[in-house]
Ligand binder design. Structure first.
Ligand SMILES: [Zn+2]
Ligand SMILES: [Zn+2]
Length: 394
């Protein structure tokens, strides 16, 4: 009697385990990478794909710049911007440049009294300054040529403290290092089970960035603000003092989130000019944040067209110029796009070629979702895909 009960208990545990593994695999499978079904659209702008804020052997990352370039090539990057902790050594060591065709820039992640802050400056003489002085002398002419972006503002233990500080231009809407820390142990286990099977298993941990968007809309009522998506990849989990696992790899991290630059002008191929152009576009917010692990965001565009002139994200356009918002969605299936004015939705559509006549002044931004199934009821849920920077209509 006792023996058969034990046996039944063992069967029950086995059944639950199999069910849990099965559900995990199916759920993570629903969140896999699906190549987009691209429409034929024309745009005044094109985009460059990049990964910003990752760590190398210059601080606590697992790989050197050779390894970074290899991963960038494997993941289709046009540019990379490193952000090692409290050092600009990669700049003075000559790591920057066009390396295998990839625009390679080094910036820094500053540990400050307010929290961690990403900082990039096109002027290389910045690397000669004492690193601690950068944050405190943010109004200095040389230092203010650079851009401060608040890193992982909601990361526990590194929560950003001073939103009143006038030095920053924006914040990281996505930070992969935060994405996995804000999930429940159950979700983490599901992702871990599926990790060996699906390249895009990390997508499962990407959540709708509600806190960040509420913050963004509230900041936009008083000041311009930009958002970025940061991989914050370390590719390093220390096991002993001398041994680490390169997990998750730079490739997996780079594939999960990206920051895209939108520009009418192409890069020239001259490193110095292109570095300045890229960092100026980043500073202005002619960029969008993407969870490209779900599908390829290449081809997304958001701008205002006044008939004679086009205004990119980050630009200001007068209502008297009669602007239309143009949004190109690079996928014709299972997507949903929402336009927001001053934080309120003004249009929700499944169209991929959107023309929106602006009737009111305000700050306009766009969110695009991938619609994916989820268990237990196979309901369609919105998974985060593309988040634009604003176009300002005044
Ligand atoms: Zn950090
Ligand atoms: Zn970091």
């Amino acid at each position: 009697m006792l023996k058969s009960m034990k046996l039944k208990k063992r069967h029950f545990v086995l059944l639950i385990t199999v069910l849990f593994v099965g559900v995990s695999l199916i759920n993570v499978y629903f969140d896999r990478y699906i190549p987009p079904d691209r429409p034929d659209t024309e745009s005044a702008f094109h985009t460059y794909r990049g990964t910003i804020h990752f760590h190398t052997v210059y601080s606590d990352g697992g790989g050197d710049f050779e390894r970074i370039i290899e991963a960038a090539m494997n993941t289709g990057m046009d540019f990379v911007i490193s952000a090692d902790h409290n050092t600009l050594k990669p700049v003075s060591s000559g790591e920057e440049g066009y390396r295998n065709g990839i625009l390679t820039i080094a910036s820094v992640e500053l540990s400050t009294v307010y929290g961690h802050i990403f900082y990039a400056n096109p002027d290389t003489s910045i690397a000669q300054l004492p690193i601690d002085s950068i944050f405190y002398r943010f109004e200095d002419p040389l230092i203010s040529k650079g851009t401060f972006i608040i890193a992982h503002p909601f990361l526990p233990r590194h929560t950003y403290k001073n939103w009143e500080w006038e030095g920053y231009k924006g914040f990281e809407l996505f930070n992969s290092d935060y994405e996995w820390r804000n999930d429940s142990p159950l979700e983490l286990i599901q992702a871990l089970i599926a990790f060996p099977f699906f390249d895009s298993a990390l997508n499962f941990l990407a959540d709708y960035p509600e806190k960040g968007l509420v913050k963004l809309d509230s900041l936009l009522t008083t000041r311009p603000c930009i958002i970025t998506a940061a991989g914050d990849v370390h590719a390093r989990i220390d096991i002993t003092d001398s041994f680490f696992l390169p997990f998750p790899s730079y490739e997996k991290g780079f594939n999960t989130v990206q920051t895209y630059i939108q520009t009418a002008k192409s890069f020239s191929g001259e490193f110095k000019d292109d570095k300045k152009m890229l960092l100026d576009l980043l500073r202005k917010g002619s960029t969008f944040a993407a969870c490209g692990g779900f599908s390829d965001p290449e081809g997304f565009n958001f701008y205002a067209d006044t008939g004679g002139k086009n205004y990119s994200m980050g630009d200001t356009v007068s209502i008297y110029e009669n602007p239309e918002l143009i949004i190109n969605i690079p996928d014709m299936t299972d997507i949903r796009t929402v336009i927001f004015r001053d934080g309120n939705p003004v249009l929700e559509t499944d169209d991929w070629n959107i023309v929106f006549q602006v009737m009111e002044k305000g700050v306009y931004r766009v969110e695009v979702y991938q619609l994916r199934n989820t268990l237990p009821f196979l309901s369609r849920v919105k998974r985060p895909w593309i988040f634009s920077n604003p176009v300002y209509v005044y």
